[in-house]
Structures are given as C-alpha cells and as structure tokens.
Design a binder for this molecule. Structure first.
Ligand code: ADP
Length: 177
C-alpha cells in the first residue's frame, strides 16, 4: 500500500543542527521525499495541527496540568523555546507511516528506543514538562492525510495521492521586487 506521511523536524531539531542527521536516518527506509519546506509556525497552524491534543492531555494529567502542558506544546512547535522554524517533509512509499514511525520512536523520549531519533536526541524539559522529541511523524493514514493537507498545498508535492479539485482564486501575493 503506497502511503504518504508527514515529518516535521521541530524547532529543537533545527537548533541542535539535527536536520541532516534525521534525513539521513530516514533515508534508510528508501522512501521518496515528495515535498520539503521551511515553515514559521503560526498560532493558527499550531492549534490546527494539535486540534485533538488538549483533550487527551487534560484526560491524562487533569485540567490544570493538562492545559498547562498543552499551552507549552503550542509554544514549543511555534519555536518560542528554540527557533521559529520547522522543516516539513512528505515521505512516500510502501507502508511509509509505519516505517517512519519506527525510526522516530515513542512520543516520550524516555520511553523511546535509545537508537530511535527521539530516543537519541529527545529530552523532557523539566521546566515546561514538554516532551521535546525533535520530530513529529504522522501516526495513522487518517492523520497523515489531514496533516499533509494542513501543511502543504497540492502544488508543493511532486506527486499527489489525495483527490484534488480546481478552484479559481484571486489573491494578493508577495513577489520579488
Ligand atoms: P506524537 O507527536 O507522538 O504524535 P501526540 O500527538 O500525542 O504525540 O503529542 C504531540 C506532542 O505533544 C508530542 O510530540 C510531544 O512533543 C507533546 N506531548 C504529548 N504528550 C505529552 C505529555 N504527556 N507530556 C509532555 N509533552 C507531551
């Protein structure tokens, strides 16, 4: 089954100069990179990306601590603790989601396999309690589709697997002077 999956090198991955290293580890999968770009993450994008996380953190940690961790996770992905840049990539190929997840490791860097990306390079920030785990990777087909469509326009992918449609748009665009 050919799948596409979203990978984000998070702000801690960038500040630690791990981008090349991460791409090199992921190349072991022989999957194809079909899109890549640098993004300054807005609050809106952060909230849309983590639209279901607040609820699960509150359930796990209670109202006060769960909400506090969620707010810190939003700040983390927006770069408030490191740098306001994220590298977004789309990988494509047979079982892409599972292959990339395996190399990324568990969400909690302390639980992650020590030879996985998160196990090697992640940490728990003791001030914010946030798992600073260096990468985001899609965890299911449903989320991969949602996330790729949130972070990328169809024209930014060299190969498109989800349905598209034509729509006339008129908008201002910033161009070179
Ligand atoms: P994943 O990124 O593995 O898909 P989630 O979507 O559950 O995991 O969480 C999103 C991000 O929020 C994680 O990558 C991590 O940075 C942070 N996070 C999630 N759960 C916790 C937690 N219990 N404590 C601290 N940070 C967390």
């Amino acid at each position: 089954m050919i799948e596409q999956t979203l990978v984000l090198v998070k702000p801690d991955g960038l500040i630690k100069s791990l981008t090349g290293n991460i791409i090199s580890v992921l190349s072991e999968t022989k999957l194809k990179i079909v899109a890549a770009k640098m993004v300054s993450v807005s609050k809106e994008l952060a909230e849309a990306h983590y639209s279901e996380l607040r609820q699960s953190l509150v359930k796990k940690h209670g109202e006060k601590k769960g909400n506090a961790i969620f707010e810190s996770v939003l700040k983390y992905i927006q770069g408030e603790y490191h740098t306001n840049r994220v590298m977004a990539l789309v990988y494509e190929g047979e079982n892409a989601i599972e292959k990339i997840r395996k190399l990324a490791g568990s969400t909690n860097p302390e639980d992650a396999n020590p030879i996985s990306i998160r196990g090697k390079y992640g940490r728990i920030n003791s001030k914010t309690n946030v798992f600073e785990n260096v990468v985001h990777v899609s965890d299911s087909k449903e989320n991969a589709k949602k996330e790729i469509q949130l972070w990328f326009e169809p024209e930014e992918l060299t190969n498109v697997i989800y349905p598209t449609k034509k729509r006339k748009v008129t908008m201002d665009k910033i161009v070179w002077e």
